[in-house]
Design a protein around this ligand. Structure first.
Ligand code: FAD
Ligand code: DLZ
Ligand code: SF4
Length: 510
């Protein structure tokens, strides 16, 4: 046998670089559902269903196309509990000339795979993951020598590289690179948000749901109402659904939140893009096409494209530039344990309850819920980065270390000193009230700050500002906040800090 080709659970496309120039007659593919990957965090049950079912569908497709596939189904009694165990067994059985794989997305597993050449005594060829627009080296070259790494400037390079939304003379469509200023509307029910795309589980998915309910019953979330796509064809349908029904309003309501709508105008494509069912560049090209055909406005399409070729590529670049030390960063010196209600949703804070409950049911919450509700609370309450990062890695169907970690540790917790934002995304209840209708359903009063029934975000916000004065006072984007704080009467400041201290002591009861 010539090559043993390892395909990981988030590499589910026939275009994956490990399969380039492969020969179905002489090469053999290995894929495996293994305990170590399914249990290194408390993955949401829906994420395991999505990946195992998509892996099984993908293996079946490869077999139908004539490939020899060694597929290991999950079994608690298996002797092969890690990807290394599986590969080692295959190497023993078939004595391949070499192992071929595509670079792994997570530092943890990547570091492991890079040791295999020695432990297997076999050449291991690790190919670039060309689903990303920038290679790790390209990002490192862009970053070199820059005082500050800003997503916006990297994004412009990616626009030029891909030609997405560029005019023939090399400028950005609409004369601006970024239309974010148009993308901050509150949603009050009109136009109605589209129903999310649904696929009913087929026989394979049903089997996996039964497996997950039995073997992963202690994991977070529920398998109930599983309706994610698990094949590339269905994921393409999900993309078409988004382009037709949600993209036109994506920009306007990108930052909005709603008490009775889980999905609003978001694409819900990250679970598919991240595991290989959709190609990120293809998704952006399809969105751009909707702009050129007049089906969606530029602020929506540019905003959407920026999330993918800007933010998604940028966080990956930061991850590989700074790992493994990055994961240990805690520049604000936080020490608090993650409050238990992150796992149960049992809190009277309506915004937190709704975001956590949607997360539990769906394995999904949209960006502003992640950033400005659950993230903002963890930042204000001073939760340990490690704890909150573990939570985000566990609870979302799209979560992988390379994308979760910079978003949480960097963007939300500002624990890296500011690679993902020039100031922390800290906000009081006023922001949540402005962008949602949660507050009108809440036990707490968003207009109050110091009283017993006052919105906890308000006093916690000022406590955050006060306790991190040294870190942020000199930041030009924070200066106004410090001036506002200093202008308040000493009694008022005292009352706010006293209320915040009480809240911090009683976090578990909120
Ligand atoms: P849309 O709002 O429709 O956006 C379109 C696409 O843009 C997404 O599918 C995604 O591929 C990309 N995108 C948007 N924002 C980001 C971003 N900040 N970073 C990377 N890609 C982005 N995204 C993940 O894919 N996996 C994660 O584990 C993850 N963890 C996060 C943790 C925190 C604390 C925060 C604040 C954000 C996190 N994000 C993560 C980014 C973002 O919230 C999700 O990508 C988005 O909510 C997915 O839903 P959607 O497909 O409907 O996105
Ligand atoms: C996330 C995940 C899960 C839950 N299970 C598997 C698995 O059983 N087999 C596998 O090959 N991959 C799995 N994955 C994805 C990996 O843990 C890992 O996150 C990615 O391969 C990183 O690129
Ligand atoms: Fe959230 Fe405060 Fe509004 Fe309640 S009042 S929903 S806690 S922001």
């Amino acid at each position: 046998m010539r090559n043993l080709i390892l395909i990981l659970g988030d590499q589910l496309t026939t275009d994956i670089s490990a399969l380039k120039d492969a020969d179905p007659k002489r090469d053999r593919i290995v894929m495996a559902e293994v305990r170590d990957e399914a249990s290194y965090t408390n993955h949401h049950k829906k994420k395991i269903v999505l990946l195992f079912s998509a892996m099984r569908h993908f293996a079946q497709r490869l077999e139908n196309e004539g490939w020899q596939v060694q597929y290991y189904r999950y079994s608690p009694k298996s002797r092969h509990n890690s990807l290394f165990d599986v590969v080692q067994a295959q190497v023993k059985k078939f004595s391949p000339d070499r192992l071929v794989t595509t670079e792994c997305g997570e530092w943890r597993l990547d570091a492991d795979i890079r040791k295999w050449e020695k432990s297997l005594e076999l050449p291991v060829e690790i190919r670039l993951d060309d689903r990303f627009i920038a290679t790790k080296d390209e990002f490192a070259r862009w970053a070199e020598g820059r005082k500050q790494l800003r997503m916006e400037f990297f994004y412009r390079e990616m626009r030029k590289k891909t030609g997405l939304l560029m005019t023939p003379d090399g400028g950005p469509e609409g004369d601006h690179w970024n239309f974010d200023a148009d993308n901050r509307r509150k949603w009050t029910g009109k136009p109605p948000a589209p129903a999310p795309f649904r696929v009913e589980p087929d026989r394979i998915t049903q089997e996996v749901i039964e497996l997950v309910d039995k073997e992963f019953k202690d994991h977070f979330g529920t398998t109930d109402d599983f309706h994610f796509a698990v094949t590339p064809e269905d994921a393409e349908e999900a993309l078409a659904h988004f382009l037709d029904f949600a993209l036109p309003c994506f920009g306007d309501f990108q930052d909005a939140m709603s008490d009775d709508e889980d999905w609003l105008f978001h694409s819900i494509l990250s679970p598919y893009i991240n595991c290989g069912l959709l190609n990120p560049l293809g998704v952006c090209e399809a969105a751009a096409q909707h702009y050129y055909s007049g089906q969606a406005p530029l602020n929506a399409v540019e905003g959407f494209v920026r999330q993918i070729i800007g933010w998604r590529e940028f966080v990956r670049g930061i991850y590989w530039l700074l790992m493994p030390d990055y994961a240990r960063e805690n520049r604000l010196g936080n020490t608090r344990k993650l409050p238990w209600f992150y796992w149960t949703g049992e809190t009277d804070m309506r915004c937190m309850h709704q975001a956590i409950d949607a997360t539990r049911r769906n394995g999904y919450a949209h960006h502003i819920q992640r950033l400005m509700v659950t993230g903002n609370f963890a930042l204000l309450a001073g939760v340990k980065p490690e704890d909150i990062c573990d939570w985000y890695l566990a609870v979302y169907a799209d979560a992988y270390d390379w994308v979760e970690l910079p978003n949480t540790l960097g963007m939300v917790m500002h624990a890296d000193g500011g690679y993902l934002g020039s100031k922390p995304y800290a906000a009081s209840g006023k922001y949540i009230q402005r962008m949602s209708d949660y507050c009108s359903q809440c036990k707490y009063n968003v207009a109050k700050a110091t009283e017993e029934d006052a919105c906890p975000f308000n006093a916690l916000y000022w406590h955050f500002i006060d306790r991190h004065r040294k870190a942020f006072e000199g930041n030009p984007r924070m200066g106004m906040m410090y001036r506002n704080w200093d202008r308040q009467k000493p009694d008022r400041r005292e009352a706010l800090l006293t209320r915040a201290e009480w809240l911090l002591e009683h976090v578990e009861e909120l």
